[in-house]
Unconditional design. Structure first.
Length: 278
C-alpha cells in the first residue's frame, strides 16, 4: 500500500524492533501502527501494554485532535493476539485472566480517548484485531478486507466488554452469526452488518482516511470529547436511569464554552472558525 501525501509515516521509518509505532504529526493527527507485517501484525502480550501506554499519553495531549490506527505491510490490519504467546501467557484460566487485564486494558484505554479514533483497515482484521477495531470510533476498510472473531475455531470465549461492543455495532443476531459460525466475512458484508463505517477501493484507503482525519481535526474537540461521553453513557445505561447531575447537564455544557461563543460569532460574521478546545 502506498501513501498519497497524507501519511507522514513510511515503511522505511518503522524501526525493526518496534512492534507498535507511535507518531504525532503537525496536522494534529497521531498514528498508531502495528508493525509486525511478517506475523500479520499479531500483537504480543507486551504490545497490548504498549497500546495502553500510548493511549494514556494521548489523553493528556491537547494538541492531538484525531488518532488513526493501522497495520504495516499490505496483508493485514491485525490478527490480534499472537498465538505464540499462549503457551507462556495464556495457557489456563488463571493466566488467561492475567492476559485479559492487558488486552482489556488496551482496548478500554483506546475506547476512552477523548479524541476520535479511526481504524484504517486493509487485509485481515480478525480475532483481537477485529475486537480492537471495535474499540475505535470509526472503521474505514478497503475492498477485499476480511473480518471475523473465530473463537469457536480455537475453543475460547469472547470477553464481556468485547461482546458489548460487538452487539452494539451489529446487533445480537449478527454477533451470534459471527461468533458461533466462526466464519470470516468480507468487507461488503461487514459494512451491511454495521461492523465497519465505510468501504473504499484499496488504492483510496490512505486518502479517504486522512482526508476525513484532517477534516475532523479542524472541528470542535470539546464536541468530540463530550459526544463520546454521551454516547458511552447511552450504551452503558440505555434507559437513562439514575443519571448523575453531571450526566444530566452534560449535553448543555458546550453552550458555556469559549469555542461556542467564538463559533457563533464567526458563523454570524461569515468568518473562519478556529476551535481551541475551551
Amino acid at each position: 500500500m502506498n501513501g498519497v501525501g497524507y501519511l507522514i509515516l513510511r515503511m522505511d521509518d518503522l524501526m525493526e524492533n518496534n512492534e507498535i509505532v507511535f507518531e504525532k504529526q503537525k496536522n494534529r493527527i497521531a498514528t498508531i501502527t502495528f508493525n509486525r507485517p511478517d506475523d500479520l501484525n499479531a500483537i504480543s502480550f507486551d504490545g497490548w501494554k504498549e497500546i495502553t501506554k500510548i493511549s494514556e499519553e494521548l489523553k493528556k495531549d491537547d494538541f492531538i485532535r484525531v488518532v488513526v490506527v493501522s497495520g504495516s505491510g499490505d496483508k493485514s490490519f491485525s490478527t490480534g493476539a499472537d498465538i505464540k504467546d499462549f503457551e507462556k501467557n495464556r495457557f489456563d484460566s488463571a493466566s488467561a485472566k492475567k492476559y485479559a487485564e492487558s488486552f482489556d486494558g488496551a482496548l478500554d484505554s483506546l475506547e476512552s480517548l477523548p479524541q476520535p479514533v479511526i481504524s484504517m483497515i486493509h487485509g485481515f482484521c480478525v480475532g483481537g484485531g477485529c475486537e480492537l477495531s471495535m474499540a475505535t470510533d470509526l472503521r474505514i476498510a478497503s475492498e477485499g478486507s476480511q473480518f471475523g472473531i473465530p473463537i469457536a475455531r480455537l475453543g475460547i470465549l469472547i470477553g464481556y466488554s468485547e461482546m458489548r461492543r460487538l452487539v452494539s455495532l451489529v446487533g445480537p443476531g449478527n454477533a451470534s452469526y459471527l461468533l458461533l459460525s466462526g466464519r470470516i466475512i468480507d468487507s461488503d458484508l461487514a459494512y451491511k452488518m454495521g461492523l465497519i463505517s465505510q468501504v473504499v477501493k484499496e488504492e483510496d484507503l490512505y486518502k479517504a482516511t486522512f482526508e476525513l482525519a484532517e477534516e475532523m481535526a479542524k472541528l470542535s474537540p470539546l464536541t468530540h470529547k463530550r459526544t463520546k461521553l454521551i454516547r458511552d453513557t447511552v450504551l452503558k445505561n440505555p434507559n437513562l436511569i439514575n443519571l448523575s447531575e453531571d450526566e444530566k447537564n452534560l449535553p448543555f455544557t458546550n453552550f458555556d464554552s469559549v469555542d461556542f461563543f467564538n463559533a457563533r460569532k464567526a458563523f454570524i460574521n461569515r468568518e473562519k472558525i478556529r476551535f481551541i478546545g475551551e
